[in-house]
Design a protein around this ligand. Structure first.
Ligand code: PLP
Length: 221
C-alpha cells in the first residue's frame, strides 16, 4: 500500500514516480499538491475493490458530499492538463532553488535538499527551536510549521524543525528569483528572531512580493 497524500499532484503531473503498478492499494488526499477540495480517494486493483467499497460504505462513510465530489472531479480534470504538468514541475524546481538558497546560508536540511514540494529545516545545530523560528517567520508574513525532525531530541510540540512547502507560492506564479529572495529572508529572520525592526521590514517586503503575485481568484486590495 502507498499513501501518496502529499505527492499525488506531483505524481499526476509526472514530476514524481508513480506507485501505480507497484502498490495494490493507493490512498491519497485530494487537497494537497492535487490542489482540489478537501477529501480523500482510494485506488486499488480488482482483487481488493469489493472489500474496500464495503469498508467505505456502509463501513465508515455516511452521506455523500456531492459538492465536494464535483470539485474533486474538476481538480482531477485540471490535473490532466499541460498547465498542471508545468505546475508540478515548477513546484519541484522552486523547492530545489529554495533548498539550495537555505543550504548556501548554512542551514541543515533533512535529506540534504528536496526532490519534491517539501523542505524540512533541521535547526538542532542552531540556537533557535523550530517553534520560535516558525513564529518569527509568521511575524514576517511567511507561514511555515514547526515540525519534528528524525531522531528529534525535543518534544513534538516543541520540536527542532521547520517545514516549508512550495505548492501555494508556485500557484501564485513565483519562480526561481522569488525563491532566492524568500530563502534569504527566511535565513535573515531565523538568524535574528528577536529583531523586530528587521522582521517588520521583511514583513513589508513579503507583502509587496505577494501583491505582485496575487493568489489566483483573490483580488488584491
Ligand atoms: C495529509 C495526510 C493524510 C490526510 O490528512 P487530512 O487530515 O485529511 O488532511 C493522510 N496521510 C498522509 C500521509 C498525509 O500527509
Amino acid at each position: 500500500m502507498a499513501d501518496i497524500a502529499h505527492i499525488s499532484g506531483l505524481v499526476a503531473g509526472g514530476a514524481h514516480p508513480s506507485p501505480v503498478g507497484h502498490a495494490e492499494v493507493i490512498s491519497s488526499t485530494t487537497h494537497k499538491t492535487l490542489r482540489g477540495p478537501r477529501g480523500g480517494m482510494i485506488l486499488c486493483n480488482d482483487e481488493h475493490k469489493k472489500a474496500i467499497d464495503r469498508a467505505v460504505f456502509p463501513g465508515l462513510q455516511g452521506g455523500p458530499h456531492n459538492g465536494t465530489t464535483a470539485g474533486i472531479a474538476i481538480a482531477a480534470k485540471l490535473a490532466m492538463t499541460d498547465e498542471f504538468k508545468a505546475y508540478a514541475r515548477a513546484i519541484v524546481d522552486n523547492s530545489r532553488v529554495l533548498a539550495e538558497t537555505l543550504l548556501s546560508r548554512g542551514f541543515d536540511l533533512v535529506t540534504g535538499g528536496s526532490d519534491n514540494h517539501l523542505i524540512l529545516i533541521d535547526l538542532s545545530g542552531k540556537d533557535v527551536p523550530g517553534k520560535v523560528a516558525a513564529q518569527a517567520l509568521d511575524r514576517a508574513g511567511i507561514v511555515a510549521n514547526y515540525n519534528s525532525v528524525p531522531f528529534d531530541t525535543r518534544k513534538p510540540f516543541d520540536p527542532s524543525g521547520v517545514r516549508l512547502g512550495t505548492p501555494a507560492i508556485t500557484s501564485r506564479g513565483m519562480g526561481a528569483d522569488e525563491m532566492k529572495r524568500l530563502g534569504n529572508w527566511m535565513a535573515d529572520v531565523v538568524e535574528d528572531v528577536e529583531n523586530d525592526s528587521l522582521i517588520n521590514r521583511i514583513a513589508g517586503e513579503v507583502k509587496e512580493l505577494c501583491d505582485q503575485f496575487p493568489a489566483p481568484g483573490v483580488p488584491v486590495h
